[in-house]
Design a protein around this ligand. Structure first.
Ligand code: HEM
Length: 507
């Protein structure tokens, strides 16, 4: 028998033995015994039943960052009620998570409150990973969020920005302060509503007021860590403290509002001009013409996608705008440098085009530096582990929640020199599209990363360029820049605690 025959005989035995050994190893790992406990990330002590829920507090991104610092742990394991929760707090850990395990963390945390608010998890943001989510997300990208579509909405952005400039110029003439927080909210809502339903909620003051209150309440409900959501046996607590009632009321009102939009658009659908259709028209038409599988575009699905745009696109954008202006007012040197860039490129012309914006590199650095310090959604969209997995050498069970702390990552001294300083120049030599570096991840990462990034940056860059290009700004009531309050208010989007007010001087 030659060496080849020996190896042919030995090979099956080696394969059988190694398969047996592998199965043994897997069995041991899946059924941890007291002698062989799974290797888990560091954890702070937890209380019975509630685990670490009592430590979450009003500002979970800050609490979680403080814990990660105290334990010097890039990843930690908490227990939120009955659910284990992995906290990811450094760029290195985020890179490992999203580069090597993205599929494992590509489903969303399942929370009763969210599911009820979002048409049984039919929104893109809340849907579990799978065929429905892929289809829903692709639909939003194709009809609203792709670069091509974003470019095509330039007239809407320009018109709404122009209206904003007129209002500010009016306040400037009258010598009254501008509430920049309100300006940011109105503008973001108007742009999203116009591209989604072709009209603004602010056209009718009553509707505008109701819509604003409704969105605020929805955001509060999304940001709450409610006991009944994390400990199913205590679901009655949500009923007792009125959370369930608030959820039902908010959902009902939102649904009625979206339903009336659908009914209105169904009346026009045959007359809508090609090319002038809003998102809702495109969805209704696809449904009517059977262009899509019926299970996908039912009435609730259409309303859920509209909700995605309202929830995902309004408050986030407004928050960014608010913080950019606050940082510029607090740092007059940066404000002057940005004004110089914008005014040099626009050379006195009033309408700023997309190609003007492309040349404004300092503006992009200012946006990125603001997003580093103030990611509007600091814990990104919480995920859930699809199956038992080993991540960074730790053994984690299926269903573990995953929170990535973009706020902590943006302020990590291992990644950033003087991280608390607002210094846009830190991005001068680097690439401005930092998605792959994982040290600035305000839009999340991987399959579930934000699909609205291009949309959001296009509107925010245009608005900031107009605000600083056409006005000089000072703080009202003799407030000094060093005294400008920079405190935050609670989740899910991290707004300023107090509205930002400033005096505009038309140049
Ligand atoms: C400054 C503005 C924005 C910020 C900071 C932001 C941030 C985020 C973040 C952090 C996530 C979760 C990502 C993850 O889990 O990895 C997300 C998801 C999402 N965003 Fe945005 N967003 C912004 C604007 C928008 C806009 C304008 C839209 C749409 C009009 C939008 C639609 C969505 C949707 C649909 C999702 C869910 C994606 C999925 O689960 O597949 N966002 N966004």
């Amino acid at each position: 028998m030659g060496p080849l025959h020996y190896s042919l005989l030995i090979l099956p035995s080696v394969l059988i033995l190694s398969t047996y050994y592998l199965l043994l190893l897997l069995k041991r790992r899946r059924s941890p015994s007291p002698d062989n406990p799974p290797r888990l990330p560091p954890s702070p002590p937890a209380l019975p039943v509630i685990g670490n829920l009592h430590q979450v507090g009003l500002y979970p991104h800050r609490t979680f960052a403080a814990l990660a610092q105290r334990y010097a742990a890039p990843v930690m394991l908490l227990r939120l009620g009955s659910k284990p929760a992995l906290l990811v707090s450094t760029a290195g850990a985020a890179r490992e998570l999203f580069k090597s395990h993205d599929l494992l963390v590509s489903t969303r945390m399942r929370i009763r409150t969210f599911e009820r608010l979002f048409y049984d998890a039919k929104t893109v943001a809340s849907a579990p990973h799978g065929e429905y989510w892929r289809h829903a997300r692709a639909t939003c990208v194709l009809h609203l969020l792709s670069n091509k579509k974003v470019h095509s909405f330039a007239p809407v952005r320009i018109r709404e920005t122009e209206l904003m400039v007129e209002r500010i110029a009016d306040a400037s003439r009258r010598g009254v302060a501008v509430d920049l927080s309100d300006v940011a909210t109105c503008l973001s809502n108007d742009v999203i509503c116009r591209v989604s339903f072709g009209d603004k909620m602010t056209s009718d003051p009553d509707v505008a007021g109701r819509f604003k209150v409704l969105l605020e309440e929805l955001m509060k409900l999304l940001g709450g860590f409610f006991v009944g959501d994390f400990i199913p046996s205590l679901g009655w607590v949500n009923r007792l403290v009125g959370v369930d009632r608030r959820v039902d009321k908010t959902f009902k009102e939102f649904d009625e509002m979206l339903e009336s939009i659908l009914v209105e658009h169904e009346g026009w659908i045959d007359n809508a001009e090609e090319g002038c259709q809003s998102f809702v028209d495109v969805l209704l038409e696809a449904q009517r013409d059977g262009k899509t599988t019926s299970h996908f575009l039912g009435r609730d699905n259409i309303k859920a996608l509209l909700m995605d745009m309202l929830v995902g696109g309004t408050d986030t954008s407004a928050t960014l705008l608010e913080w950019v202006m606050a940082e510029l007012l607090k740092h007059p040197r940066v404000m002057k440098k940005l004004q110089h860039e914008v005014r040099t490129i626009t050379k006195g012309k009033l309408e700023i085009s997309d190609s003007d914006l492309d040349q404004m590199t300092y503006l992009k650095q200012v946006m990125l530096e603001t997003l580093r310090l103030h990611p509007p959604v600091p814990l990104l969209g919480p995920r859930e582990l699809i199956e038992d997995s080993t991540i960074m050498g730790y053994e984690l069970e299926a269903g573990t929640l995953v929170f990535t702390n973009a706020w902590a990552i943006g302020r990590d001294p291992r990644s950033w020199d003087e991280p608390e300083e607002f210094r846009p120049e830190r991005f001068t030599n680097g690439c401005l599209d930092r998605g792959q570096d994982f040290d600035v991840i305000p839009f999340g990462a991987g399959r579930r990363g934000c699909p609205g990034r291009a949309f959001a940056l296009a509107i925010n860059e245009l608005v900031v360029a107009n605000l600083v290009g056409r006005f000089d700004w000072t703080l009202p009531d003799g407030i000094k820049t060093k005294d400008l309050d920079m405190n935050e208010c609670a989740l899910p989007t991290i707004h300023r605690r107090y509205h930002l007010r400033a005096m505009a001087i038309t140049i």
